[in-house]
Ligand binder design. Structure first.
Ligand SMILES: Cc1ncc(C[n+]2csc(CCOP(=O)(O)OP(=O)(O)O)c2C)c(N)n1
Length: 515
């Protein structure tokens, strides 16, 4: 077999079932190999940001890597923003990036670039194949690297001649190492700190936000009365009625400082001391109270469930958690649609076990708030802050979990970055309901303009944050890509459109016009 076939079979034998792809000439042997190999699904994305974002969504939900197939340095570069988000989310993911054949590289053909240089900042591991038979060995290593708890970005660079040369063999997958665990003495130290009188908090992230780990966080609350807090944009939070409640730290720094005010001790599990997204004149970047004692018990690469369970046991915590979310009901005024009424309606209709991809930006807050007591679900955020993630993430999540309803909460400006994901949803008949939160604006940046201290911005400045000329027609754009769509301007229209979309299987889009 040739190098391409050996690589694809190695990945598939190692459990990689899906390849999100946008290939070119240098990847043609890989395209052919995937085509011949029945146990790897191939999904075309019409822009590389869709490919990498979908692989992120898949990895967050499946807990194992998808592969991407990308065309040389420029193709990879187009996908970098969503790889950045995936790296911040610690998603397991394997990139296969084609390169020119080794002899061709020295000729400096037009598409030649420093692929290692492009790949390195957004990968945890980069490896260029050194020979046709080495390509599958790189693949085997990438499987083990990508699954280092909770996940890593592994990038393989595949020169064209390594893919087309015969004589290669399948390589056995590398061994995935167990997640490290904290020591008994570290647990004892944390238990002593959590037992102190005065307000305390457990600050958790990453795998600590999964239901099994949250259960023990709730037991710690039962023993100590501590608050449970997480970052502004967690990669995947399991929440809803019956699960342990986690408070999410506010986005704006001064609100975050107020939110944490008075806490005297904080133990970190799966996260680190929070800082503001941006610096602002005369506002803090460090958010924890200056006088609080901070203990970093377990970072994101340390076994979170084990840490929380042992900490709960060390505190002689009760068997059952405190802080369990009750169901929640809210009412809204009928009439014009706004983020609050749309959020309440979404919470009321949210199906059991739904997956939410939240790129709602400035309109997302009420959806998060009112779904707290909805049926159990998973909530995924833009962990790396690079917009253009929401639709691809929903795409990949739907591929990973075909039996679960996926809801993409998508702000209109961010949605335009990777709108091509709609076409992939239609082509693969993915069960995604996209709700476009339409405010015809880069709304959050209008707020930020004021916060950085710009007084009296003129029309030219404001035009850089405005999407109203021309108005985007999401219904036409969606239908043009094969996703049935409807516009909702009132609460009744939104209720009807969402009920209808959720009652069917397959992609739907609702343009929610917000006042
Ligand atoms: C890749 C990337 N480019 C640019 C930005 C800067 N940015 C942050 S929010 C935003 C606009 C968001 O507008 P929209 O998605 O419509 O949401 P709204 O603020 O209106 O709620 C931009 C351009 C970013 N975060 N990431």
């Amino acid at each position: 077999m040739n190098g391409a076939e050996a690589l694809i079979k190695t990945l598939s034998d190692g459990g990689v079932e899906v390849c999100f792809a946008n290939p070119g000439t240098s990847e043609m042997q890989l395209v052919a190999a995937i085509g011949r190999h029945n146990s790897m699904r191939a999904i075309l994305g019409l822009f590389e940001g869709v490919v990498t974002g979908a692989a992120d969504g898949y990895g967050r939900m499946a807990g194992k890597p998808a592969a991407t197939l990308l065309h040389l340095g420029p193709g990879l570069a187009n996908g970098l923003a969503n790889l950045h988000n995936a790296k911040r989310a610690r998603t397991p993911l394997i990139n296969i990036v084609g390169d020119h054949a080794v002899d061709h590289l020295q000729l400096d053909a037009p598409l030649t670039s420093d692929i290692v240089g492009v790949a390195t900042p957004m990968s945890d591991w980069v490896r260029t194949s050194t020979s046709p038979s080495d390509l599958s060995i790189a693949g085997a290593e990438s499987i083990a690297v990508s699954q280092q708890y909770p996940g890593k970005i592994a990038t393989i660079i595949a020169p064209g001649d390594h893919t087309w040369t015969d004589g290669a063999e399948v390589s056995p997958p590398g061994i995935v190492s167990d997640a490290p665990r904290v020591s008994d003495s570290e647990i004892a130290q944390a238990a002593a700190l959590m037992s102190r009188s005065g307000p305390g908090a457990l600050f958790i992230g990453g795998m600590a936000l999964r239901e099994d780990a949250l259960f023990h966080a709730g037991r710690i609350v039962a023993a100590t009365g501590a608050r449970i807090i997480t970052d502004t944009s967690p990669a995947r939070l399991q929440r809803g009625a019956g699960r342990v409640v986690v408070e999410r730290i506010p986005y704006f720094a001064e609100q975050a400082v107020e939110f944490l005010d008075g806490i005297q001790q904080i133990v970190f599990v799966g996260s680190k001391p929070p800082v503001s997204f941006f610096a602002y004149p005369d506002k803090p970047s460090w958010l924890s109270p200056e006088t609080a004692e901070l203990l970093k018990l377990a970072d994101a690469r340390t076994d979170a469930e084990d840490t929380l369970r042992r900490l709960a046991d060390a505190l002689n915590a009760p068997a059952e958690p405190a802080n369990v979310q009750p169901t929640r009901d809210a009412t809204y005024d009928e009439g014009k649609l706004d983020a609050k009424s749309a959020g309440i309606i979404t919470a009321q209709l949210l199906p059991e076990n739904a997956i939410v991809s939240d790129e709602g930006v400035s309109s997302g807050g009420p959806f998060y708030k009112y779904t707290s007591g909805a049926a159990k679900h998973d909530w995924m955020c833009i962990t790396g802050g690079a917009i253009g993630q929401g639709l691809p993430l929903a795409t990949g999540a739907a591929v990973a979990c075909p039996d679960r309803k996926v809801i993409a909460l998508e702000a209109d400006g961010s949605g335009m970055y990777t709108i091509q994901a709609l076409w992939t949803m239609a082509r693969e008949n993915l069960d995604v309901t996209t709700i476009i939160l339409k405010n015809n604006s880069y709304g959050i940046l209008n707020i930020e303009l004021d916060r950085v201290g710009v007084a009296n911005p003129g029309p030219k400045t404001l035009s850089m944050l405005d999407l109203s000329n021309p108005i985007l027609d999401w219904v036409s754009m969606s239908e043009g890509m094969g996703v049935p769509a409807t516009r909702a301007e009132t609460t009744q229209q939104f209720h009807d459109a969402l009920s209808d979309a959720l009652a069917q299987k397959g992609p739907r889009l609702i343009e929610a016009v917000l006042t």
